[in-house]
Design a protein. Structure first.
Length: 475
């Protein structure tokens, strides 16, 4: 049999079905081998990551004591590498026209009941102002694939519009982009437009299932979709975001595929994915989640924990698909980016609550419906630091440069204080009185933990100035 390494060197073969089957077999044979699992947990504690085989074994181990040790390790690694910071963002839907036929998405081409809409540049401006007025600084652009309604030129123009809007103290400082797989040339243009992370979910790594779930349209080409990140990185985009939609296929197969994809990027480009998203299938117009193999919370939490320890330096994203309860649990276990106040329809941020409630064009139902202020206040109560920082991106610390920062352990002197400064700005510009008070207390506590005395002194001085209404900085 061809070895995994040999197969992976062939174009497009890095998701090697045979290797996944062999890993599944390995997991079945060894999942009750406590000595081996202990050994893997010890290795994981060194924070150098795990192979897909090792990670899969941890995910499937069913000894409650060992499971608890895996959770404890994930919590410890999360704390050590990311501290209490949680990066905040919101999705912005530009267009729901789509020529694809993904059977789990209400934007699919055959859905005739959903109202189709594409934002004009003026409408984008209004949406962005609404997002800035909430306090957002970081967006994830979303658009269906449609060469007529939303060609790359439209996406590029929209990015330019978004970056150009400065409303009151607001500004969108990082635009991440989640659009269909495209060519190296088009990725180059996205890079030149100043995008942050390019995000593309694989949906499922199981080729046969993928082809069944994507019967028509450009996205039906499994190899072209799977190799998209290679083209994006070739084009110079060094922050890429992976993800699968858990529930489309057996979770273990996709979990293994996801880690193989991360290993492939690391081996080929010297840097793994910037983020991994962990969405689960949920209901929407024309979509019955019951028709899929939705995973229970207990498995979901273990997936998050094992991803955290298998790829410790990769950020993890959770969306408002998840309930408050589920989000709270996985935050501790490893999630580092969090959306808030999200709308998953086109034009949602400028709608009234009533219009929003009657809009049937959402891509998925939102489970966590709280406002950004409510979410920020809640995160603060839990001891987290909601961060609106985009400094790394603005200073060119992307890809391996960002990874070196995390690996050097300088997060506490760099990202931590930056997060506090951006939280101060948020509290002053956008927060309710209640959230503001919680925030100031949390910043005070966190500032005391900053190792570098000079940075600690500056942070406390800025906090004092803000409290006294004498802010003299703009981050
Ligand atoms: S998942 Fe994306 S590509 Fe598929 S139908 Fe929905 S919008 Fe279109």
């Amino acid at each position: 049999m061809m070895t995994y390494q040999a197969a992976a060197s062939e174009a497009g073969a890095f998701i090697n079905h045979e290797e996944i089957l062999s890993t599944l077999d390995y997991v079945r044979t060894h999942k009750n081998d406590p000595a081996l699992i202990e050994q893997i947990i010890t290795k994981a504690a060194e924070q150098k990551g795990l192979t897909h085989r090792e990670a899969a074994l941890l995910l499937e181990c069913d000894d409650p004591v060992l499971i608890q040790r895996i959770f404890d390790l994930a919590i410890a690694i999360k704390q050590r590498l990311y501290g209490n910071r949680i990066v905040m963002f919101a999705p912005l839907y530009l267009s729901n026209y789509c020529v694809n036929s993904c059977v789990y998405c209400p934007f699919h081409v055959k859905n005739k009941t959903i109202p189709r809409k594409k934002l004009t540049q003026e409408e984008i401006k209004n949406e962005v102002i609404a997002l800035q007025d909430m306090g957002h600084k970081r967006l994830a652009l979303e658009a269906g694939e449609d060469p007529i309604h939303s060609p790359l030129e439209y996406i590029l123009e929209s990015i330019k519009t978004i970056y150009s809007i400065k409303h009151k103290n607001g500004a969108i400082r990082r635009v991440n982009v989640n659009i269909a797989a495209t060519t190296v040339e088009e990725y180059r243009q996205l890079k030149e437009a100043g995008i942050g992370t390019y995000i593309l979910f694989q949906e499922t790594y199981h080729k046969e299932t993928y082809e069944r779930l994507h019967p028509r349209g450009p996205k039906s080409n499994y190899a072209y979709h799977t190799e998209a990140m290679d083209r994006a990185m070739e084009a110079g985009i060094d922050d890429v975001g992976l993800g699968v939609l858990f529930g489309l296929n057996t979770y273990l197969y996709d979990f293994i595929g996801l880690l193989m994809h991360a290993e492939h990027l690391e081996a080929k480009f010297g840097v793994g994915p910037h983020t991994i998203s962990v969405p689960r299938i949920c209901p929407a117009d024309d979509i019955e989640a019951d028709n899929f193999d939705a995973i229970p919370d207990s498995i979901f939490e273990r997936i998050v924990a094992v991803i955290r320890i298998a790829v410790p330096y990769t950020g993890m994203i959770i969306s408002t698909r998840e309930s408050q309860r589920s989000r709270e649990k996985v935050l501790k276990l490893g999630v580092s980016q969090f959306s808030g106040g999200s709308r998953t329809n086109v034009g949602g941020y400028t709608q009234s609550e009533k219009e929003q409630a009657h809009d049937e064009s959402v891509q998925f139902d939102i489970s966590d419906k709280r406002t950004l202020d409510e979410i920020v206040g809640w995160l603060l109560e839990l001891g987290h630091v909601p961060s609106f920082c985009t400094a790394c991106y603005r200073e060119g610390r992307t890809g391996d440069r960002f990874m070196s920062l995390v690996k050097s352990g300088q997060i506490a002197n760099c990202c931590g204080p930056n997060a506090l400064m951006t939280l101060m700005e948020y509290l002053e510009d956008y927060a309710s009185e209640e959230t503001r008070e919680k925030g100031f207390k949390q910043i005070e506590k966190e500032a005391e933990l900053i190792p570098n005395p000079k940075i600690k002194e500056i942070t406390l001085r800025n906090l004092k100035a803000i409290r006294e209404g004498k802010r003299d900085f703009r981050f």
